[in-house]
Design a binder for this molecule. Structure first.
Ligand code: SF4
Ligand code: SF4
Length: 341
């Protein structure tokens, strides 16, 4: 399967064992019910393409979502996971060691464009915004193709966009947001930095089908936010969050990826969640290859080797948890820490 790992995922592929595993008691149905489409149109069968980095084909070569799940490569991965070998799975990160990973209804994750109005250092080293040229034309074709596939897909599903750019800032996502035929069996889950919600959300056709908003915040106060969300304005964010809170009764989650640049604002993040009456979701920093060499270790405050690790764990263990949930492996680390002190 290694030949089906795209070049940009080789780094993640090499980080973990790609041998059959033993001793995992939990089950996963993601390869039968999830498809995640990346910037080049490659299709993956896990909610995170870096966790199961084997492409089962390119979206432009499929005419329906069923064709993806029925392809030969998809069948091979489905059998491997169903028989609990998890050969190509990043089992120490995806949560399968902690609990079952079951998805129903189908999950379609669209991550075809990295364009964003920000340039967060954890995500990119410079601005990315496709507005014209060959890459733009290619992506627009992909967006229109997926929009047609979605319009014809008459099954219950969750459509997630986007894990690597901002769907409201990107011109590539416009055909998807504006032209896809709404279907009451479809529910959209929007991931955004939240800065353009107030301006663009009222104009989108899929607005009534949006069931969840996941806003990446990564900070609890202005100074931290404007450092980790380069180009973003804290006051604009808070204004948009308040507007969203007042204008929808759908689920809203504020996301926080824990790192050395933001852990000191954890208490303020909790205060923000309480003030807005919105739930927060906290995850570990993952090595996406954005930071070179030692840089990832310097940012990964949860690494036991990190100079601030102990202080960060202490602070984590003292939060109120009233409006905050954690990724299972992070929750486990906090519980372990609490049992030791
Ligand atoms: S076992 Fe983990 S990596 Fe493999 S498909 Fe399931 S969630 Fe993804
Ligand atoms: S807001 Fe999100 S997509 Fe945009 S640069 Fe920051 S981390 Fe990346």
């Amino acid at each position: 399967m290694e030949q089906y790992v795209p070049q940009h995922l080789k780094h993640q592929y090499d980080l973990y064992s790609r041998e059959p595993k033993t001793g995992i008691i939990h089950r996963c149905n993601f390869p039968d019910s999830v498809v995640s489409i990346d910037t080049q149109g490659e299709c993956f069968l896990c909610r995170c393409d870096a966790w199961l980095p084997v492409s089962v084909g390119n979206i432009m070569d499929f005419n329906s979502f069923e064709e993806i799940w029925q392809s030969d490569r998809a069948r091979a991965l489905q059998n491997d996971v169903a028989e609990q070998r998890f050969t190509y799975c990043s089992v120490d990160y995806c949560g399968i060691r902690e609990e079952n990973q079951m998805q129903s209804p189908k999950w379609i994750s669209i991550n075809i464009d990295e364009s964003c109005n920000l340039k967060c250092p954890s995500c990119r080293s410079g601005m990315i915004n496709f507005t014209k040229g060959t890459e733009y034309d290619k992506k627009i074709k992909m967006s229109e193709h997926i929009s047609r596939m979605l319009s014809a897909y008459d099954q219950r599903c969750i459509i997630n966009m986007s894990g690597n750019g901002d769907p409201f800032a990107s011109l590539i996502y416009r055909p998807l947001i504006l032209n896809t035929v709404p279907n009451e069996k479809h529910e959209y889950r929007m991931m955004s930095n939240g800065l353009l919600l107030k301006k663009l959300l009222p104009k989108t056709n899929i607005l009534p089908s949006i069931g969840e908003y996941h806003i990446s915040v990564d900070a609890g106060n202005k100074s931290t936010y404007e450092r980790v969300r380069l180009g973003g304005k804290w006051d604009t964010l808070v204004d948009n969050l308040k507007w969203l809170r007042q204008n929808t009764n759908k689920k809203i989650s504020l996301n926080f990826v824990l790192q050395n640049d933001n852990w000191t604002s954890l208490r303020d993040f909790e205060k923000l969640l309480m003030e807005l009456d919105i739930w927060g979701w906290m995850t570990r920093l993952e090595d996406w290859g954005t930071w070179q060499g030692e840089q990832f270790r310097r940012h990964n405050v949860l690494g036991e080797y990190h100079i601030n690790h102990e202080k960060c764990m202490k602070l984590l263990s003292k939060l109120t948890y009233q409006k905050l949930r954690f990724q299972p492996s992070l929750q486990k680390s906090i519980d372990r820490y609490k049992s030791k002190v």
